[in-house]
Ligand binder design. Structure first.
Ligand code: GMT
Length: 374
């Protein structure tokens, strides 16, 4: 198939899923065309069957807001025609879905261009419900030729909030279990902390919904009972406040802010525990990546997270904001090696059995064929 993929190429779960999906599809022999405003972060150049088309958004003094969605629609239509695309797959509804609809209409009479919208979370739970975006989000979802959501929770929310009556296919996020795997020796941890300190890790885009500051509070509690060092990976608006809190609590030496990292599969396995104290996650991709690496997630019981993590078996779930409970779970994992071993193994098993790319990519392929044939 010739597949066009549009996503936010920046540091966010939806862009990562779209990029990994494109790579896996190319690996299976499909031609994949990324249509984005920048090269997606996990996309290294020179990969066979991967093509990248940059959306250029010209500015003009009259435009207070450059019309990105229009430039995107034009680029989608152009690429679809030039490269005989069979299908567009857009990740994150706003504004990608409406741009795909425009591209489809621009090509009417020239070629058929069905499009699939994958809903990721904040496009429904935060941005989509905003009054200014609600009607267009609902419209673009209803006009999509196929809709998928990354969790059952998100499917339900979409039906509740937008009253969508058509099918929303749940295709859970996935992980490449060959790339993301445990490192039992964790030798690289010595680059960050002395040998008696185990590593905790947090990765996100540091937006308020991630409750990044809770990670610092959790570490402060944990260190009263067990030696630990925290790796903070990513960047965003909450980084400043988190660094400030570290200084206030005298934790500077025990937290490393690493900024945005491309090869997180090399960092995650160094840790013992992942902290994901989010207010809301429609899925929680980073928890899946951690489980594939044998790193036990201590997370919140929100959104679609319980579809991935079974509390007490392959991770721990607590209420959002309950940093004391999360800290207690972390201490248990750092001090009880047998429990940690059991839960790490269970997490790896869950990731490999239920969420590995070999299982999920064919689900997307089958859905593409269904949508193209309908
Ligand atoms: O979490 C973010 O802020 C980024 C956002 C995105 O769309 O880029 O992530 C959402 O999509 C991820 C990939 O499907 C999910 O794993 C995240 O749970 C989801 N985030 C939220 O629902 C807050």
């Amino acid at each position: 198939m010739n597949i066009g993929i549009t996503c936010y190429p920046t540091y966010g779960g939806s862009g990562i899923v779209a990029t990994e999906l494109g790579l896996e599809l190319a690996n299976r022999g499909h031609e994949v065309h990324f249509i984005t405003y920048a090269n997606p972060i996990r996309l290294d150049p020179g990969i066979p069957r991967i093509h990248y088309h940059e959306v250029e958004v010209s500015t003009y003094p009259l435009f207070q807001y450059p019309p990105y969605s229009l430039a995107l629609a034009s680029c989608m239509a152009e690429v679809a025609e030039d490269y005989a695309l069979d299908l567009l797959h857009v990740h994150y509804a706003i504004p990608h879905s409406i741009a795909a609809l425009l591209a489809q209409q621009m090509l009417a009479g020239v070629r058929r261009l069905p499009f699939i919208t994958t809903l990721h979370g904040t496009d429904i739970t935060l941005v989509g419900v905003d009054r200014s975006y609600f009607p267009i989000t609902k419209f673009s979802i209803e006009k999509s030729n196929g809709i998928t959501s990354v969790s059952e929770y998100l499917r339900r929310r979409t039906v509740e909030v937008f009253g969508v009556s058509g099918e929303i296919r749940v295709i859970h996020n996935f992980v490449n279990c060959d790339l993301y795997h445990p490192d039992d020796e964790k030798k690289g941890a010595a680059d960050y902390a002395p040998p008696d300190e185990k590593l905790l890790i947090h990765l996100s885009n540091f937006r308020p919904v991630k409750r990044v500051i809770d990670c610092i509070r959790i570490l402060a509690e944990v260190r009263k009972r067990a030696p630990a060092h925290l790796l903070m990976v990513g960047d965003g608006p909450e980084r400043g406040p988190a660094e400030h809190l570290c200084r206030e609590l005298g934790l500077e030496r025990h937290v490393s802010f690493l900024g945005k990292q491309n090869h997180v599969e090399r960092l995650i396995p160094l840790a013992h525990v992942l902290l994901m104290p989010s207010e809301l996650e429609s899925f929680g991709l980073v928890a899946l990546e951690a489980m594939a690496c044998g790193v036990v997630p201590v997370a919140t019981r929100v959104g679609g997270v319980p579809e991935l993590i079974t509390d007490g078996e392959d991770g721990f779930l607590e209420a959002a904001g309950d940093t004391a409970a999360m800290a207690a779970r972390v201490v248990t994992l750092l001090t009880d090696d047998q429990l940690h071993y059991r839960m790490a193994k269970a997490g790896r098993w869950n990731a490999a059995e239920r969420f590995c790319s070999e299982k999920t990519i064919p689900e997307y392929e089958r859905y593409y064929e269904q949508v193209m044939g309908s």
